[in-house]
Structures are given as structure tokens and as C-alpha cells.
Design a protein around this ligand. Structure first.
Ligand SMILES: O=C(O)CCC(=O)c1ccccc1C(=O)O
Ligand SMILES: [Mg+2]
Length: 374
């Protein structure tokens, strides 16, 4: 297939409630959408970056720049694309900038699936018809509020409750939740806020029967996480530290984790995500799909990826209504009894609604191949 045109849309949605992690509080969700046009088909990708470089080094501005000045021109220069796997090879000479790469690659994956009249899940090789979902709860103003919030999502059927922690808002708070809900699958996400100096705190968390503890130590570390994993029985799960299959191989061989959170944006796209999935499957490491407070478009990509067999643990891909009063896709993503039914329409399987896209768009830019001069 040949891409006739790309459209980038910078967008802003408002979260229903602020989302607090150890690195800050978020209420506005600024991001951009990539649209890849070919003949009568349009593929959609989402760039899951944030306005500020807190979770990763990329921002909306840097990712837009990389997409506009390097990635889109590389696609036009190549001309014909036979399979989306070629895209990550094409982007490989450009270092990092994984969320930018993933957004363009994602639009091409959706386009490819639509052209071949298969679902994105099928194009990736996934065959689950429904996927299990959990929920990620931000740091709350009080323990009472947290217990109430956990209760609400347990009642809604979410299969695993993840709670954000930071130094000072951790052991006591989680112990209170555990006492209230002795049986739930519960885990903690430290978002890199701890060091090995906090080992006593981390050992106390080890007594709370947590499904796992996600990225407690530095965002770029796999050495200290290996030391930590030796000290605790709770599985360590890596998020921020994993950007590629190579990172996974090193973390697995060092024993830095027993579980991996795969985020499509963080690892540079669906092709790399699938490679990581396959490698982990072969090495007895279960994976799950992380979230970046995506709009419906990124959410749809997460759902398709999660249909692969080694996504053995519930992911963070919750219902649209958990984040937005109005999502930009039709139908919205809904969760029933803790599962999402995987759509059966070609591509991402949810239709972005033009009117809603326009309503929340701040800036649009279109790109076409340079005309060939005679
Ligand atoms: O509900 C979601 O999309 C996941 C929320 C979440 O945990 C998160 C959101 C933004 C940045 C980082 C993370 C994380 O997994 O660490
Ligand atoms: Mg995380």
C-alpha cells in the first residue's frame, strides 16, 4: 500500500477526575492523533505523550517534531509498504522517540488491517474474543477516599486494582485497603519514586499479598530492581525501564522482574510490542498491557494487542467512561464483568467520530509526498 496523506491532530481532552502519581497530577490530556490515508481507507494512531516530560523524556512538541520532520518523510520516501513490520525497520536509525514512532506505525497497522479486511487483533495474530481488565487508581486525598474508590471499581467488576504509591503514601494506605478487601487482586505502582534505601518500606509492602509491585525504582534501572527482586517474594513488574526487546532480554537475564508491563508507545510500536510478547511467552514471563490515559483510539490499539495469548494478567485498559465524559470513538469502550468484548470490525474496530475529533482538536497539519519533478 501507498500512503497518500498523513494528518496530525493535536488534541485536548479533560479527564473527569485529576490523576495523581508520584510524578505529578494531571487533569488536561494533551496528545495527538495520526491519520494515514490511502485510497478510501484511513488508519488511526495515537501518540500517548504528555505535555511535560515526566513519565518519559518525550513531549507533545518533541513527538510532533519527530513525526513531521523525520518519520512521515521516511514513509513517503519508501513509497510502497507491504507490511507494517517494515515501518519499525525504517524508523530504527532514529534513536528512541518511541512514542512518536509508535503513533505513526500504529496508524499504518490500522490502515493495513482495514485494507486486508481483518481486525487489528487478527492482523497481530491475537485470537481472544474478550480481554480481562483492571484499573489504575491515582493517589487519593485520603485513605477513606481511596477505600471508597477501590470499592466502586471492585463493584464494577474490574479484575485487578492497581494503586499508585509514593514515599509516605504507601504501606499504611495499602494495608488499610487490604484489610477492607482481603481477597481482591491488588498491586502497587511506584512510578520510579523509590531507591534501595527504601528497602524496609518495600519489604513491608511484601506482606500485603500484592499481585506485583510495578516500577518501584529508577526509570532507567534494571540493576537495583534485580537486587530488590532477590529480597522480596512479590513479583517486580517493569514499566518505565523497558523500551525494547533488548531491554527485556537484559532484565530477564538479570532477574530484574518476573512480569512485564507492555505499553505500545513506550516500546516504539506494535511490532516491537509483539516481539516482546513472543519473547516473554518463550521465557515464562507473563505480560499485561499498560495504559497512558488514552483516548478511544489508543485504547482500541491496546485492546487489539491484549488479544495475544501471553497477555495473561488484566491490563490497565479501562472503560472510556472511567476517563472521559465523552470519548472520540463510536461505540465507546465498555467493560462488563471485568471484560472488554473485542470488536469484530476491520482495523481498530471503533469508529473515530469526525465531529468529536474536530471539537477537541487544537491544531491540524496535513502532509503529502513531494511531487516528483520532471
Ligand atoms: O489507566 C491508565 O491508562 C493507566 C494509568 C497509569 O497507571 C499511568 C498513566 C500515565 C502514565 C503512567 C502510568 C503508569 O502505568 O505508570
Ligand atoms: Mg506504571
Amino acid at each position: 500500500m501507498k500512503i497518500d496523506k498523513f494528518k496530525l491532530r493535536r488534541m485536548m481532552l479533560q479527564l473527569k477526575e485529576p490523576f495523581q502519581t508520584s510524578f505529578g497530577t494531571q487533569q488536561d490530556r494533551e496528545f495527538f492523533i495520526v491519520e494515514a490515508y490511502s485510497g478510501d481507507d484511513v488508519g488511526y494512531g495515537e501518540c500517548v505523550v504528555n505535555s511535560r516530560p515526566l513519565y518519559s523524556e518525550e513531549t507533545v512538541k518533541t513527538a510532533w517534531h519527530i513525526a513531521e520532520d523525520f518519520l512521515i518523510p521516511a514513509i513517503f520516501e519508501k513509497g510502497e509498504i507491504h507490511h507494517p513490520d517494515e515501518v519499525s525497520e525504517l524508523f530504527a536509525p532514529y534513536r528512541r522517540n518511541n512514542m512518536a514512532k509508535s503513533s505513526v506505525e500504529g496508524a499504518i497497522w490500522d490502515l493495513y488491517a482495514k485494507k486486508n479486511k481483518v481486525t487489528l487483533a487478527e492482523a497481530l495474530g491475537g485470537d481472544k474474543k474478550e480481554i480481562d481488565v483492571g484499573i489504575s487508581i491515582g493517589i487519593q486525598e485520603s485513605t477513606e477516599k481511596l477505600i471508597q474508590t477501590v470499592g466502586k471499581y471492585v463493584d464494577e467488576g474490574y479484575k485487578r486494582i492497581k494503586i499508585k504509591i509514593k514515599p509516605g503514601t504507601d504501606v499504611e494506605v495499602l494495608r488499610a485497603v487490604r484489610e477492607t478487601y482481603p481477597e481482591i487482586a491488588m498491586m502497587a505502582d511506584g512510578n520510579s519514586a523509590y531507591t534501595l534505601d527504601d528497602i524496609e518500606t518495600l519489604k513491608q509492602l511484601d506482606n500485603l499479598n500484592l499481585t506485583m509491585i510495578e516500577q518501584p525504582l529508577a526509570h532507567d534501572d534494571i540493576i537495583d530492581h534485580a537486587s530488590l527482586q532477590k529480597e522480596i517474594k512479590t513479583p517486580v513488574c517493569l514499566d518505565e525501564s523497558i523500551h525494547s526487546l533488548d531491554d527485556v532480554k537484559k532484565a530477564v537475564s538479570l532477574g530484574s522482574c518476573e512480569i512485564i508491563n507492555i505499553k505500545i508507545g513506550r516500546v516504539g510500536g506494535l511490532t516491537e510490542a509483539k516481539k516482546i510478547h513472543d519473547y516473554c511467552e518463550g521465557h515464562g514471563i507473563p505480560v499485561w498491557c499498560g495504559g497512558m490515559l488514552e483516548s478511544g483510539i489508543g485504547r482500541a490499539h491496546n485492546i487489539a494487542l491484549t488479544t495475544l495469548s501471553n497477555f495473561k494478567l488484566p491490563g490497565d485498559t479501562a472503560a472510556s467512561s472511567r476517563y472521559w465524559s465523552e470519548d472520540i470513538i463510536s461505540p465507546e469502550v465498555t467493560v462488563e464483568d471485568g471484560v472488554i468484548h473485542v470488536p469484530d470490525k476491520p482495523g481498530i474496530g471503533y469508529e473515530p467520530v469526525e465531529e468529536l475529533l474536530d471539537r477537541y482538536t487544537l491544531e491540524v497539519k496535513e502532509f503529502r509526498p513531494e511531487p516528483v519533478r520532471a
